[in-house]
Design a binder for this molecule. Structure first.
Ligand code: FAD
Ligand code: NAP
Length: 528
């Protein structure tokens, strides 16, 4: 079979793959992007469920690489909705003429390194392709996770997953709907589904902490003002802890008096957003007693909002510290449980047994429904990479190398896998940050590296990788994150090794590390 050859193959056409293409083109290298979907945008192409929106504010969740794009694009809302972000991705694709180098409906199913030729050989649908360098821009949250429950195929009604939502939308009018899952996707979609359906039953396994988004239109004057200061704000974001320009806390939650702490938490609750409470004090994510103050503040708001005390208690998280699962932002989530046409089933008390022809059965009985919506999340961070399961030097598969959890140097590459780069891979800040900032940082680092390599081979040194993996683990262990059964820990997928996968050392500090590696001649990498 004939083989098409490129200098660089990029897998995925979300924000990472799109920007990577733009940068590789500028290097004058031949390049092809393969994307499983039939359009650009990645996350925002697939996740079209009602209420889907970003919870980083529009003005921050956007590319910074083109000042002209930055000035021209007008966001309409404080947090952008999925259709608006998708329009933005499509605008970027058109503006930079990206589509001519992207093959859509093209899934990379295999990749193996041919050491003799110094090339990666890939299978894309039925086609064979080879490249000197491969960039996996496959996304951290791109492999939907279905629940491990029998009978889905036997259900007579309609079945949806939030991450594979029909493009034409779904009408729930007059239907009895089951929603399984109360992570960010469930919390965003449940109020919308409940507003339309005849009856909604939410199946909750773990109660989650959610904070009001306080969403609304973006004031054009504010947008204009931000645009005049964009360069300065972007730089602040790049050097910040989580990729968003904001003042950093200086005090412990335990050193201020309780009334002052309550005032600060109220401020965060009233303003809305990801960091008002989680970022109010230095130790919310690292000290259990400090965390308890924030957790109890949120539980008090749930009790105030939900009129039925038993239901309020079911919705109150008590088994993990606040912000050790991704904090959720909502619009009217808790209020939805005051509706007469909404029921809540506590799967901790009555576990999910099976999906039947007529609906959902728990240990307590059967709930007859017309539609089931799975908001059950993703095989996060490693899922898309392991689905391709690249075969590196000496025939070693990534799944073998990662059998005890992901191992990568800086989240950018893996020892034994020459010339293979990952964007926002495990061991980088990625999902703990405003991902646009982390994506741009990785893409720019990889592009600079490709330019410097000038065709040479690069691979992390095993000892540098070991040291980085240990550092990622040690920094994670200083926080409360390992206490939660979160997808950050791989805990949502049965059998997945329990390892805290992202790097919690901060976006700015991490960038400095990467820059130092480059300045020291790609310290920790072997170039040949
Ligand atoms: P993706 O957007 O996931 O793109 C990866 C692409 O690769 C996909 O299109 C996929 O089809 C393709 N692909 C994967 N494997 C293959 C293969 N083998 N062959 C071919 N193509 C393949 N981040 C934030 O910072 N703030 C937020 O508020 C936020 N909200 C989110 C809301 C939702 C519902 C979800 C799911 C994620 C959210 N994220 C958020 C994270 C979001 O994933 C990132 O912000 C960003 O969009 C990731 O871009 P990406 O290009 O790295 O990956
Ligand atoms: P998620 O956070 O992993 O939530 C999945 C939900 O499904 C959890 O409540 C989980 O319960 C439940 N679940 C999973 N398997 C189950 C089973 N077998 N039986 C019963 N319940 C089950 O997934 P998500 O909501 O799609 O969000 C994933 C990530 O995407 C977020 O953390 C965030 O990073 C991103 N996201 C962001 C936004 C946003 O607001 N910007 C919106 C959506 C997604 P357990 O908790 O018990 O596992």
């Amino acid at each position: 079979m004939s083989e098409t050859e490129y200098d660089v193959v990029i897998v995925g056409a979300g924000f990472a793959g799109m920007y990577m293409l733009h940068k590789v083109r500028a290097l004058g290298l031949s390049v092809r992007v393969y994307e499983a979907g039939d359009g650009v945008g990645g996350t925002w192409y697939w996740n079209r469920y009602p209420g889907a929106r970003c919870d980083v504010e529009s003005m921050d969740y956007s590319y910074s690489f083109s000042p002209e794009l930055e000035q021209d694009w007008e966001w309409t809302e404080r947090y952008p909705r999925q259709p608006e972000i998708l329009r933005y991705a499509e605008h970027v694709a058109d503006r930079f003429d990206l589509r001519r180098d992207i093959a859509f409906n093209s899934r990379v199913s295999a990749a193996a390194y041919d050491e003799g030729a110094g090339r990666w050989r890939l299978t894309v649908n039925d086609e064979r392709v080879s490249a000197r360098y491969v960039v996996m821009a496959t996304g951290c949250l791109s492999v939907p996770k279905w629940p491990e429950v029998d009978g889905i195929g036997s259900f007579r009604g309609r079945v949806f997953h939030t991450a594979q939502w029909p493009h034409e939308g779904v009408d729930f009018t007059g239907r009895r709907v089951a929603v399984i899952g109360t992570g960010s996707s469930g919390i965003q979609s449940i109020p919308h589904i409940a507003a339309q359906a005849a009856h909604t039953t939410v199946f909750q396994r773990t109660a989650n902490y959610s904070i009001p988004a306080r969403h609304g239109p973006l004031d054009p004057r504010e947008q204009k003002e931000i645009k005049t200061r964009y360069r300065e704000l972007r730089q602040e974001a790049r050097m910040s802890a989580s990729g968003v320009p904001r003042p950093m806390p200086t005090k412990s939650a335990l050193e201020v008096d309780p009334a002052e702490r309550e005032r600060v938490f109220w401020e965060g609750w009233t303003r809305g957003g990801l960091f008002g409470i989680s970022g109010a004090y230095t130790d919310i994510r690292s000290d259990q007693a400090a965390n308890d103050t924030a957790a109890e503040f949120i539980r008090a708001r749930i009790r105030e909002t939900v009129t039925d005390p038993e239901r309020a208690e079911t919705l109150s998280p008590r088994d993990h510290p606040f912000a050790t699962k991704r904090p959720c932002l909502d619009t009217d989530y808790y209020q939805t449980y005051n509706r007469d046409d909404v029921d809540l089933v506590d799967l901790k008390k009555t576990p999910l047994a099976e999906i039947t022809a007529a609906g959902v059965r728990t240990s307590d009985g059967e709930y007859a429904v017309d539609d089931v919506v799975f908001a059950t999340g993703f095989d996060a961070m490693t899922g898309a990479l392991l689905a391709v399961d690249p075969v590196g030097r000496d025939g070693v598969r990534l799944s073998d190398k990662w059998s005890a959890g992901p191992r990568a140097y800086l989240g950018l590459g893996m020892a034994g896998f020459p010339n293979l780069f990952t964007v926002t891979g495990p061991g980088s800040p990625s999902v703990l940050s405003n991902m646009m900032v982390s994506i741009e940082q990785h893409v720019e680092w990889i592009a600079q590296c490709l330019a410097d390599l000038n065709g040479a081979r690069i691979e992390p040194a095993p000892d540098a990788e070991d040291a980085w993996v240990a550092h990622v683990r040690d920094v994670g262990a200083e926080t409360l994150f390992p206490k939660a059964n979160s997808w950050y820990m791989g805990a949502n997928v049965p059998g997945k090794p329990r390892v805290f996968m992202p790097y919690v050392g901060g976006v700015g500090a991490y960038r400095e590390t990467c820059d130092r590696v480059t300045a020291n001649g790609y310290e920790g990498f072997v170039i040949s």
